[in-house]
Write a protein that binds this ligand. Structure first.
Ligand SMILES: NC(=O)c1ccc[n+]([C@@H]2O[C@H](COP(=O)([O-])OP(=O)(O)OC[C@H]3O[C@@H](n4cnc5c(N)ncnc54)[C@H](OP(=O)(O)O)[C@@H]3O)[C@@H](O)[C@H]2O)c1
Length: 206
């Protein structure tokens, strides 16, 4: 299933420019459909651009309304949200069903603990972006120690930790390497004991 996200476009230097008006969102879905050769997008995430670097409180009502219209036109089957606060999720849910939430979360970035649990209680997938730390992959002595003990790589342990954290977590680690892809898939087989989970939990505690 293809999941895309809307809210920004790239400039010539690769920077991110907000494309967050209802008109720009509509245009982006039409572009996605044409570029992917599809009649309908299964899941489209509305990525908040109120702040490019992280979630920021503020109304997303005009944008969510635009997504609802696209759904009514049959161009989108399910709406997701990205880079959002718990309040923005609740406000959007008062307008339309939300299929998934994609926010920054990994072993070292745990600001979303409460939102993750709330979504789990509602049976809504939580998709951590930068599951491996993004541009600077996660590094920690504790992580390396555990990886050595389990004969796994540190990043496999980081993914295994996410998988055990909550049943609603879906993983999207990015890689340009077939070898890393294999390792990342194999992380589902890395079993973490409660004692190891406790040690790993310590990494992200404020
Ligand atoms: N919604 C949002 O605002 C938002 C923001 C950022 C990212 N995302 C999404 O999140 C997903 C993941 O993001 P991402 O790829 O930037 O970050 P990531 O998955 O946290 O990390 C990717 C980095 O880890 C390396 N890596 C991957 N597997 C590895 C392995 N087994 N061993 C060693 N290094 C490994 C990759 O290098 P190699 O290529 O060498 O493997 C790459 O440098 C993407 O789908 C992205 O679009 C969404």
């Amino acid at each position: 299933m293809i999941v895309t996200k809307l809210g920004a476009r790239r400039d010539e230097k690769g920077g991110w420019l907000p494309a967050f008006t209802p008109e720009a969102l509509t245009q982006a879905v039409e572009d996605n459909l044409r570029n992917l050769g599809l009649d309908v997008m299964e899941v489209v995430n509305l990525r908040s651009m109120l702040d490019v670097h992280g979630p920021k409180e503020g109304s997303l009502e005009p944008q969510v309304e635009a997504m609802i219209k696209l759904k009514e036109r049959g161009l989108i089957r399910h709406i997701g949200l990205s880079n959002v606060t718990a309040k923005q999720v609740a406000d959007a849910q008062a307008m339309t069903p939300i299929a998934c939430v994609q926010n920054l979360y990994n072993l070292a970035n745990r600001q979303d603990e409460a939102l993750l649990d709330q979504l789990a209680a509602q049976g809504i997938p939580y998709v951590p972006f930068f599951p491996l730390g993004g541009f600077s992959p996660l590094q920690s002595d504790q992580l390396s120690e555990v990886a050595n003990e389990l004969s796994a790589t540190p990043l496999q342990v980081a993914l295994a930790w996410l998988l055990q954290r909550s049943p609603n977590i879906l993983l999207i680690p990015g890689t340009s390497s077939p070898e890393h892809l294999k390792q990342n898939l194999a992380s589902a087989e890395v079993k973490l004991t409660p004692e190891i989970v406790q040690r790993l939990d310590g990494i992200g505690k404020p």
